[in-house]
Design a binder for this molecule. Structure first.
Ligand code: SF4
Length: 468
């Protein structure tokens, strides 16, 4: 029998089989189903319509509800969506719900949390899921959000699904999947100080195109991936969907195990590896030493170029945030460049989670707890002239007109987010360049797309930030 990939092995186990082949349709048991304020209400509606008004979810311990998208807005429809989630969580007795308690049943913009350590609200679902212990190697997670694939960084099968599929899983705990073939992306060497995982994934998507991995598993491997922080690996898997991938996945190592052991709310899980004889439908290799800081030019994540080649592009604003580029290590990278300097363009910073926001206040630039006379990461960003908003999806997907950082007109933005289709960040006439936090910070200082090698030569330490 031929060897299997990690994805095939996880799917086989959850189908009660010893072996599966790519292309087979199988039923699998789902370990975790996540939903949020945008797709949750629709999913809940379908669930009650199809399973009956008194229906109960298959397992109240395996459903996670995380409002994160349209939180800091006066839009009443958005507040109503949060209320629908609250009602559902109460009716179903769900344990894992992260309430933005400051969103009240009253008109106007909610007051953001004052202290990120003293709120039930967690911020962006894909960042909050591992933080809150819902992510484990060898498991299957589905979510009503295309970037659910982020959790594959932890050696699990994680994939976004539509509301109908999610409603079916809510009622049964199962889903029907076609086993995807696996593409292997191998990175050799150690990550240089001027590169991040964002440069790697923009190179991958630029190579294969936005449909290059449609319904395929994207496996990121090699010592280059091992050299990344766990958070940076999340950037790789997060953007698998930008190439059409069904899921993205990384090997499990000590970094993964340390994080999951410290956080998981389930004590045991399986570490799964590709078999020696596993078959790949496509393989490509990169040497990190020869790679350059990348951007995706408007209006597609596969419109790749080097930051260096785009140095004549003036930018009007910069944005550092989202599940892709709003992690604490992203903030440390950006702050390392911005420290002691002043931004030339309006620069919006949105922590990916309230934990990230708390760490921004607590940690210094080396990712360790700051001393009494030391500046925090947030202090450094504010001193540089950045506008720091509350955690959430914010302008990553535009949102209502009053959303923090939303693009409103014909302007050029350089952003750590994951999509740059027309209108994605709010304005159809805006142009968005996707880049790493290093490149975005460097560009914020100069006012044009800037290769971060102009500012970074030494490795940036992140300590245990984003891990413990
Ligand atoms: S931060 Fe952006 S990409 Fe991530 S979940 Fe929110 S809207 Fe989607």
């Amino acid at each position: 029998m031929p060897g299997m990939t990690m994805t095939e092995k996880i799917l086989a186990k959850h189908a009660g089989r010893s072996h599966v082949d790519p292309g087979e349709n199988i039923w699998v048991d789902v370990d975790v189903l996540m939903t949020h304020d945008v797709c949750g209400p629709g999913t809940i509606g379908i669930f009650y319509e199809k399973f009956g008004k008194n229906a109960k979810v298959w397992d109240p311990m395996k459903v996670v509800v995380i409002p994160d998208h349209y939180i800091f807005t006066a839009d009443e429809k958005c507040h109503r969506n949060v209320q629908i989630l609250r009602d559902f969580v109460r009716e179903q007795g769900l344990k894992y719900y992260y309430d933005p308690e400051f969103v009240k049943n009253e008109p106007g913009m909610p007051n953001p949390y004052k202290d990120p350590t003293k709120t039930n609200y967690k911020g962006v679902c894909h960042k909050a899921l591992p933080e809150e212990g819902h992510v484990r190697p060898g498991e299957i997670m589905l979510g009503t959000d295309s970037h659910t694939c982020t959790a594959g960084a932890f050696g699990m099968f994680a994939s976004g699904v539509g509301n109908t599929d999610a409603a079916f899983t809510l009622g049964t705990g199962k889903t029907w999947l076609k086993v995807p073939p696996t593409m292997k992306f191998m990175f050799h060497g150690q990550i240089p100080p001027y590169l991040t995982a964002k440069d790697l994934i923009l190179a991958v998507i630029g190579e294969i195109g936005v449909d290059g991995a449609t319904y395929r598993s994207m496996y990121f491997a090699g010592d280059g991936v091992s050299s990344l922080t766990l958070e940076d690996r999340m950037t790789l898997t997060n953007m698998a969907i930008e190439a059409g991938g069904k899921n993205g996945v990384c090997d499990v190592d000590e970094k993964t195990l340390k994080y999951v052991r410290a956080r998981s709310n389930v004590p045991t899980w399986d570490v799964v590896k590709d078999d020696a004889g596993a078959k790949y439908i496509y393989e490509h290799e990169w040497d990190l030493a020869t790679m350059e800081p990348m951007v995706a030019k408007p209006h597609s994540p596969d419109n790749k170029d080097t930051a260096r080649n785009c140095s004549d592009v003036k930018v009007d604003r910069a944005y550092i945030g989202s599940c892709t580029g709003g992690k604490i290590t992203d903030m440390i990278m950006a702050a390392s460049i911005l420290k002691g300097n002043k931004v030339k363009v309006r620069t919006f910073v949105v922590p990916g989670s309230t934990e990230v926001h708390a760490d921004m206040k607590k940690l210094n630039l080396r990712g360790v707890e700051k001393g009494p006379n030391e500046k925090s990461i947030e202090d450094i960003l504010v001193d540089a002239g950045c506008l720091v908003g509350p955690s959430g999806c914010a302008a990553c997907l535009g949102g209502p007109a009053d959303t923090f950082g939303r693009l409103q007109s014909t302007e050029t933005c350089i952003s750590t987010t994951n999509r740059n289709f027309p209108g994605r960040m709010g304005s159809k006439s805006a142009a968005v360049y996707l880049a790493s936090p290093l490149t975005v910070a460097a560009s914020a200082l100069t006012g044009h797309v800037t290769d971060p090698r102009e500012f970074v030569s030494e490795p940036i330490e992140t300590g245990m930030a984003g891990v413990m």
